[in-house]
Design a protein around this ligand. Structure first.
Ligand code: HEM
Length: 482
């Protein structure tokens, strides 16, 4: 179910447009397998690009690296996120970096790029990850193993990531994984609901639908309003007290303090900034790791190679299992980096990303785009294109990333999981460090046995791709003396 079929193109493998309704009916029919449906279509479309229309909207969908480079870098100014994206997510994200264009985006990007390159933020992030692995993740998995329980690994990873990103964003530990975490758990649940319900607006057949429900305060819009109120209350309390602390200068490690230091930022803007960062760092790493563990569960050969790599690093550095890995040791884990990159290639957390065209344009493959059309690049489909990855593109094969034992860099226009160009992900390096740290600590201590591992989990439409129903696993602690 996860990979494009090798069927020859036929009438089902193109968007079918109906008078007035556009692709609406087909969209509704394929909603449950949206990413695979659209990937199949792109796979068989000339130049891996296709056009479609929905009521009130024309769009281009592409998985062509030349087009991606054009949209995300070469003609960047012509492809902002646009007003429709802004208004759809405004209630939740406000003017935060994820939802901003133009100057408001530039200001945040400038401060954040500087901070993400500082050693102090990096070491703050590494210390937090180490601490949560040692004090929460490992004890929880050990207990699960002793009790031989089935647990939801996706949920565990999401709780971990939420604690971790809240520490990085505003130095608050919600304690969702193993802490007492009552207020934190409510915050996480509200955050989750707000993301899911906000993104559901994009999948309505027409924006008027959600706008009407919002005006009447009914159904999903009523729940969304409540979730957003809870997220805002929680964040506002922290921000208010931080601003009262001598201009916020007491804690300088987290991201909030770095933005508070800039006196131009109002409390509402600070809240928007923080919410965007939590969103950026929360679901992305947990989604990648959930898919990584699912893929690994059916490939003992790859698990074995990872264990070998970890053993050789420990032997050289004379470390015991249980000692945390340093930044330099994590950087030496090329095979693990390659395996995680494979998970990202096949299951990019941000599976599709949409821009709007400001002025009529022609893409490098000859596709015409009119002013006001939406242009979407399909990272999930790109990971399944033979012309990019070769005939074995459907296989989980970390070796494709290795060159002389090192994990190579791929062009971000071909491997677009982290976006590309001026808006490329700011947290990429931090994310790899965090994911390698977790994966290494888990894999060397435990074998993660996915219940029904041969069945591909169904994808949930959220801001990031998640597994519908979670990832049920049994955890088996390894025996260390062999
Ligand atoms: C596997 C992990 C991650 C993946 C796959 C990923 C992917 C992405 C993607 C696709 C975008 C572009 C989104 C858009 O503009 O619509 C993005 C932007 C961003 N990411 Fe990440 N991300 C990851 C982890 C992180 C982490 C851990 C952080 C920080 C804590 C982070 C911070 C950001 C920020 C601040 C932006 C906005 C950049 C801008 O608009 O200028 N990301 N990321």
């Amino acid at each position: 179910c996860c990979y494009p079929s090798k069927r020859k193109p036929n009438s089902h493998l193109a968007f079918k447009s109906y008078p007035l309704l556009g692709i609406g009916p087909d969209f509704l029919r394929n909603r449950h397998r949206f990413f695979d449906w659209t990937s199949d279509i792109l796979c068989w479309s000339p130049n891996n690009t296709t056009a479609y229309c929905r009521p009130g909207m024309h769009g281009i969908l592409t998985a062509n690296p030349l087009n991606v480079e054009h949209i995300l870098r070469n003609n960047f100014d012509n492809y902002p996120k646009g007003p429709s994206h802004f208004h759809t997510l405004k209630d939740f994200l406000g003017r935060g970096i994820f939802n901003a264009d133009g100057n408001i985006w530039k200001v945040q990007r400038k401060i954040a790029s500087f901070e993400f390159n500082t050693k102090s933020l990096r070491s703050f992030a590494i210390t937090n990850v180490k601490e949560e692995i040692q004090t929460r993740l490992v004890p929880l998995l050990r207990k699960t193993s002793e009790l031989n329980q089935v647990v939801d690994m996706q949920d565990i990873l999401e709780r971990f990531a939420f604690d971790n990103i809240c520490k990085l964003a505003f130095n608050v530990d919600p304690g969702c994984l193993g802490g007492d975490g009552t207020a934190g758990a409510e915050f996480m649940k509200a955050f989750d609901d707000a993301s899911l319900l906000s993104v559901a607006r994009f999948f309505d057949v027409h924006p008027l639908w959600w706008k009407t429900k919002k005006a009447l305060n009914i159904g999903s819009e009523r729940r969304l309003r409540e979730a957003i109120r809870m997220v805002h209350d929680f964040s506002d309390n922290i921000i208010r007290s931080r601003m009262e602390e001598e201009g916020g200068k007491q804690s300088t490690e987290d991201l909030l303090s770095r933005f508070v230091a800039d006196d131009l930022n109002s409390p509402e803007f600070l809240r928007d900034i923080v919410i965007s960062f939590i969103l950026a760092g929360r679901d992305t790493t947990s989604s990648t790791l959930a898919w990584f563990f699912w893929l690994l569960s059916s490939r003992p050969d790859i698990e074995h190679n990872i264990l070998d790599e970890l053993k050789s690093i420990r032997t050289r550095t004379r470390k015991e299992i249980g000692d945390a890995y340093s930044f330099e040791e994590l950087r030496e884990m090329h095979y693990l980096q390659a395996a995680i990159s494979e998970a990202l290639r096949l299951y990019p957390p941000v599976a599709m990303d949409t821009k709007v065209c400001l002025k009529d344009d022609v893409l490098p493959d000859g596709t015409s785009v009119r002013k006001g059309w939406v242009v979407t690049y399909h990272a999930y489909a790109m990971g399944r294109m033979e012309c990019i990855w070769g005939k074995d593109c459907r296989e989980f094969r970390p070796e494709r990333w290795l060159e002389n034992g090192s994990c190579r860099q791929e062009s971000p226009f071909r491997f677009s999981a982290f976006h590309a160009g001026p808006r490329m992900c700011l947290g990429k390096d931090m994310a790899y460090i965090q994911m390698k740290s977790i994966a290494a600590s888990v894999v060397e201590r435990f074998h993660i046995d996915v219940v029904d591992g041969l069945k591909c989990p169904e994808l949930l439409l959220s801001l990031t791709i998640r597994m519908k129903g979670g990832l049920p696993v049994r955890v088996k602690e390894r025996c260390f003396h062999n």
